[in-house]
Design a protein around this ligand. Structure first.
Ligand code: ATP
Ligand code: MG
Length: 286
């Protein structure tokens, strides 16, 4: 399955209701999906090794979604085969007082992965054009009055695009995943959290409140995705009603992205290369 099928082309105006949440492509069962994921995990580990050795690029993966869409478990599964030394995960919550004293990209910039590494954002700078927009939180962000107006979202989209361009031109590749679930699937998952004792802790009343803003969120996602999906930092809309399918698609995207970088192991310099034989001899003699 081609991962480009789920990529939002630059300039496309996205309407989320046109995107299926329950697509499972050409994968017939959960079992088949887990086989594919296993094979993909192996490929990712190999590519990660090259990314590290090549040391010119870093990969930043942004995960955004409505509550219970499966960000945590997708991250857990997809990353399970990678070398923990080369990965880092950051979860962005409500900003602290210190963070609110800076521009919204400050905490983000600090968490961007270095070259050779894979970084994951569980929520991200996109919260500043999503939750902040839905709940009118700009007033807490201490923006000078003259910039706090209706045009602020368009300006933020531009700021985000500029930021991601800057990352791209410095070797940090950003890919962004929107895990797309239906409102009904969210309902089912919330109910499961209430029904199964070991899942109770995952339920939060706040999530139920956020659900009331479902339509607002969908709209803000549509605008944000339409405005910020670019050739160099694309959005992928991942059908996520079936978690097993979402995981395979995400891993496909990661593999295709890393493969497109043509990562190479560094070559030994001429002198060392000529001496390989001698080095070996020396060790064999011990
Ligand atoms: P989970 O519930 O699965 O543990 P989560 O990402 O929902 O994961 P929570 O601690 O429940 O984690 O929620 C974090 C909250 O912080 C979210 O409601 C999110 O919208 C909010 N948040 C993140 N970034 C910002 C921001 N820049 N401004 C305001 N709120 C933010
Ligand atoms: Mg939550």
């Amino acid at each position: 399955m081609k991962s480009s099928k789920f990529k939002v082309p630059q300039g496309k105006k996205v309407k989320l209701s046109d995107y299926r949440t329950d697509d499972t492509g050409d994968i017939e069962s959960k079992k088949d999906a887990s086989k594919l994921l296993k094979a993909n995990t192996k490929k990712m580990a190999e590519l990660q090794d090259r990314l590290y050795a090549h040391d010119r690029y870093g990969l930043l993966m942004v995960f955004q979604a409505m509550d219970a869409a499966g960000k945590d478990s997708t991250i857990k599964h997809v990353m399970s085969g990678l070398n923990p030394q080369g990965t880092q995960v950051f979860s962005f919550k409500q900003p602290s007082a210190e963070e609110l004293d800076h521009g919204y990209l400050w905490r983000i910039a600090k968490a961007v992965p270095e070259r050779g590494r894979i970084g994951i954002f569980n929520r991200s700078h996109y919260e500043d054009v999503l939750v902040v927009r839905v709940h009118d939180l700009v007033k807490f962000q201490k923006i000078p009055d003259k910039f706090d107006n209706d045009g602020i979202w368009k300006e933020r989209f531009n700021q985000i695009k500029n930021f991601e361009t800057y990352l791209y031109e410095n070797g940090i590749i950003t890919i962004k995943f929107f895990l797309h679930i239906s409102k009904d699937e969210q309902r089912k998952r919330f109910l499961r959290r209430l029904d199964i004792p070991s899942k109770n802790w995952k339920f939060s009343e706040a999530d139920l409140k956020e659900r009331e803003h479902w339509e607002d969120y969908q709209k803000c996602y549509e605008e944000a995705i339409s405005a910020t999906s670019t050739d160099y930092a694309p959005w992928y809309i991942i059908p996520a009603d079936k978690k097993w399918f979402a995981r395979v698609v995400v891993s496909n995207v990661i593999i295709d992205t890393l493969q497109s970088l043509k990562l190479m192991y560094p070559e030994l310099d001429g002198n060392q290369k000529r001496n390989i034989h001698a080095y070996r001899e020396q060790l064999m003699k011990e």
